[in-house]
Write a protein that binds this ligand. Structure first.
Ligand code: ZN
Length: 314
């Protein structure tokens, strides 16, 4: 697999930011937004490499400094995040960030603080962050990432320079994983990226945990088999998720994405096996409802039974 630093779909944005950096005009608070699979954290780290890279051709991604940034070991580049759930990016973490922002950089001119998925901040945390955005220390660059700008307070949005990142293509993401998993073949890497919709942390955990990967494969196979059209096949297929709430929760966006893609094909070329555009739209809504239910801590067993009952209505 060919490997470049920034995917083709994001090179224009990167070039723009690089030019600002080289002219000392990079804003001190940036927001990178785009859906899961846009590899926003990778982009943010690569941007930070610009500031700490020791090579002529920045960012080289090979020097010790660049490597340390990518592995999150660089003193002047820190990554802060929640726990992957709503409201999990806490006000305590924001306080820590505010303290860290005051520390003067030793190894470079600037400290980069990367705040991943700030849509996971509740209002309190966002308000706490606001103070820092209003008066950022001169030697600090804050790089926020989020999926959806609308989850942020208007006061936050008015204080950051926002840049939209398009999704990267799957082979690009798989190529990045190759460095972490040199022993895995390209097909497996690509499969992990596809199943996780380009969420690199999830893709890594799938590659580290064969049991979880098997669960995801099973979920993908259910779509291929049309299991969601038969109450029995559906119930039988879903049984493995009884005690696998996290895997099920992560598979929902995958299934929604699949319904979107198959639905598009149906609209262009007519029915695809048992799938029609209308059925894809219905299933998409069913999966979206499942997600809402689980977000509100609904009972998983009940939900699986309900989901299987929906198969009859299709
Ligand atoms: Zn470098």
């Amino acid at each position: 697999m060919e490997q470049t630093t920034i995917s083709a779909s994001q090179q224009a944005v990167f070039a723009q930011l690089k030019s600002l950096w080289e002219n000392s005009r990079l804003p001190d608070a940036l927001l990178l937004y785009g859906e899961a699979g846009a590899l926003k954290e990778h982009f943010a780290k690569t941007l930070a490499c610009l500031g700490v890279c020791q090579s002529e051709n920045k960012p080289c991604m090979h020097c010790a400094a660049c490597q340390r940034v990518m592995q999150e070991h660089h003193t002047e580049v820190s990554v802060y995040k929640g726990r992957g759930k709503a409201n999990s990016f806490t006000v305590d973490t924001v306080r820590l960030i505010k303290e860290q922002a005051q520390v003067r950089p030793l190894e470079s001119d600037v400290r980069f603080l990367i705040l991943k998925d700030v849509h996971e901040m509740n209002q309190n945390a966002q308000n706490a962050l606001l103070k820092l955005l209003e008066e950022p220390p001169a030697h600090t660059v804050l790089i926020l990432t989020c999926q959806n700008k609308s989850a942020l307070l208007p006061t936050i949005l008015s204080r950051v320079s926002a840049f939209y990142l398009e999704r990267v293509d799957m082979p690009f993401a798989a190529g990045l994983l190759k460095e972490q998993f040199p022993d895995k073949d390209d097909g497996t890497l690509l499969e992990a990226v596809e199943l996780s919709l380009g969420d690199m942390e999830l893709a890594s955990s799938l590659l580290n945990e064969p049991k979880t990967l098997a669960l995801y494969r099973h979920g993908a196979q259910m779509v291929k088999d049309g299991a969601f059209f038969s109450p029995f096949a559906c119930l039988e297929g879903l049984a493995v998720f009884e005690k696998e709430r996290d895997a099920f929760l992560h598979l929902l966006p995958y299934w929604m994405e699949q319904m979107g893609q198959i639905g598009k094909k149906c609209a262009q070329n007519g029915a695809q096996g048992r799938y029609t555009a209308q059925k894809c739209a219905k299933l998409y809504a069913v999966f979206a409802n499942c997600r809402l239910w689980l977000d509100q801590n609904g009972n998983l067993s009940l939900l699986l039974t309900w989901l299987a009952s929906q198969a009859e209505a299709l």
